[in-house]
Design a protein around this ligand. Structure first.
Ligand SMILES: Nc1ncnc2c1ncn2[C@@H]1O[C@H](COP(=O)(O)OP(=O)(O)O)[C@@H](O)[C@H]1O
Ligand SMILES: [Ca+2]
Length: 502
């Protein structure tokens, strides 16, 4: 059998080139496949120990070797049975026990191999801030009990803390802007960028015991105590944040009751214009004055009771609210919120969540409605009798239903007359969630404490970068082109140049 030297050389060259192309192709695909493999998911949890209730938020994000930024999303939320942890002042161990059911849920949801590395935080808000004003040792005891319970579980417990009002406001602001990609954005081209002129949103949180406002004003904040200087992904943000203690929905309602009782001269029967006709509520003086948000008169009999009778009177209700919210006093004129608190002019769009959302959603006013529609809807609702409300909303919980009229009037008062959203009402979105993640302070709190918003430049972890792909594709095309040239050479090489002349 005669084998020409030309054929041998060209054959070897073609085989080598084709083999190297295949290897390059396989390597490129393997590299891509590795990145596309399911991420090594990480988990983190935050207990939101609010004044009225506790929730456990379980988050997950794509992890791995690199300390990447990824996108944190909410995996699950577990509602703790019973009241907020501050309601356990006569039985602190029960506050700890109340968390067990949700910790058991977390154990079932998070893979066993990930539980030891799953950070857990507990943040308590205004209910505990108020309790600490009344009774510091019981406050400490409750914080100790909740910590002990969490330590009994296989997670990485990182501490239980009472947040300041400013922190609560600032973390809510971080949460919204993180979820809505205000700080950083993953582009179609596969790069993380700082969105130029991107919209930075404000945060409005209405809790039971306090309410927060946080936003980036147009002009720098002039009162340093009102500014949270945040550095996120290497960018500086001057965030105005303020928390009004005692001006959450439930404590505001408490202030209304106390005002009416005093106005009546401590009568046993008091007409309440914000409650509906046919509704009545009886409280002892002990219950009424069991809060630092209302001043207990010196000579009051704690066992004496008062009964509030609803009168479905929205006009009187609104003017009653003006008695607990001072919208005229302003030492920083004109830069004030309410009660004479410094606040720069409102700037940009806002998300209003928690009880802002619950109230407006119930009334069919979420996520947005023009102000005239809002006021007319509230007026119509407030005029309804308790009987007709019970018929219309058979599934509604009485503890919330009785307050929707008053809280809606209260919301409009603080937003329009307090914060001065008169011209900019349409910039408020009443919303509970974005991308299946609840809006609240917990996500921002965890991102901050786990250092996930601190890095100046997050690492790209999703997919192969375009430049890598371009190099790989170029190499494959070049190798195949070379093979083609060699095959052509084999076919068209003149026979007389054949080396096999023997
Ligand atoms: N479905 C609902 N309808 C109306 N209000 C609600 C609903 N669910 C929760 N709330 C209210 O939301 C508020 C939540 O406040 P919370 O987070 O417990 O207090 P804080 O943030 O002041 O510590 C409470 O006033 C509670 O009554
Ligand atoms: Ca809250």
């Amino acid at each position: 059998m005669k084998l020409s030297a030309k054929s041998m050389i060209v054959g070897i060259a073609v085989t080598a080139t084709v083999c190297s192309s295949i290897i390059a192709l396989v390597l490129a695909l393997a590299r891509h496949y590795t990145v596309e493999l399911p991420y090594d998911t990480q988990y983190g949890m935050v207990f939101d120990a609010g004044s009225s209730h506790t929730s456990l938020f379980i988050y997950k994000w794509p992890g791995g070797k690199e300390n990447n930024t990824g996108i944190v999303s909410q995996l699950r939320v577990c509602e703790v049975d019973g009241g907020g942890i501050s309601s356990y002042k006569s039985d602190p161990p029960a506050a700890g026990n109340s968390l067990q059911q949700c910790l058991d849920v977390a154990k079932a949801v998070i893979p066993v191999s990930k539980q030891h590395s799953c950070p857990v935080y507990l943040g308590a808000t205004a209910g505990m801030r108020l309790l600490s004003l009344q009774d510091q040792s019981t406050t400490d005891r409750i914080m100790q009990e909740v910590s002990n319970t969490i330590k009994g579980y296989p997670f990485d417990f990182r501490g239980a803390q009472i947040l300041s009002g400013m922190e609560e406001g600032a973390y809510g602001w971080i949460t919204i802007n993180y979820i809505l990609e205000g700080f950083i954005k993953y582009t179609f081209e596969g790069e993380w960028i700082h969105p130029k002129g991107g919209r930075i949103l404000g945060a409005l949180d209405l809790g039971g015991a306090s309410t927060q406002i946080a936003f980036t004003p147009k002009e720098p904040v002039t009162q340093p105590n009102s500014e949270a200087a945040l550095q996120l992904y290497g960018h500086k943000y001057g965030v105005y944040a303020h928390s009004y203690l005692c001006y959450g929905k439930d404590q505001a309602m408490r202030q209304l009751q106390a005002y009416l009782v005093e106005e009546s001269g401590f009568s046993a029967i008091v007409i309440h214009p914000c409650y509906h006709t046919g509704f009545n509520l009886t409280l002892t003086m002990r219950e009424l004055y069991d809060s630092p948000c209302v001043t207990k008169p010196g000579n009051i009999d704690p066992g004496k009771s008062v009964t509030f009778f609803g009168s479905s009177d929205p006009e009187r209700c609104l003017s009653l609210i003006q008695n607990i919210v001072n919208v005229t006093e302003c030492p920083y004129s004109p830069d004030c919120g309410f009660n004479g608190v410094y606040q720069p002019p409102i700037h940009g769009q806002f998300f209003a969540f928690s009880a802002y959302y619950y109230t407006f959603d119930f009334l069919g006013l979420a996520p947005q409605a023009p102000l005239p529609k809002v006021t007319s809807t509230i007026e119509t609702f407030c005029k309804k009798s308790w009987y007709s409300l019970k018929v219309e909303y058979p599934g509604a919980k009485e503890k919330y239903l009785k307050d929707y009229c008053a809280s809606a009037q209260y919301i409009v008062t603080i937003l329009v007359q307090g914060y001065k959203f008169n011209e900019t009402w349409d910039n408020i979105f009443f919303q509970k969630q974005v991308a299946d993640t609840d809006i609240g302070w917990t996500l921002g709190y965890m991102l901050n404490l786990t250092n996930m918003v601190a890095s100046t430049r997050p690492l790209v972890v999703t997919g192969v970068q375009r430049s890598q792909w371009a190099a790989e594709v170029f190499f494959i095309v070049f190798a195949l082109f070379l093979s083609l040239v060699l095959v052509m050479a084999l076919v068209f090489w003149p026979y007389e140049h054949d080396l096999n002349t023997v």
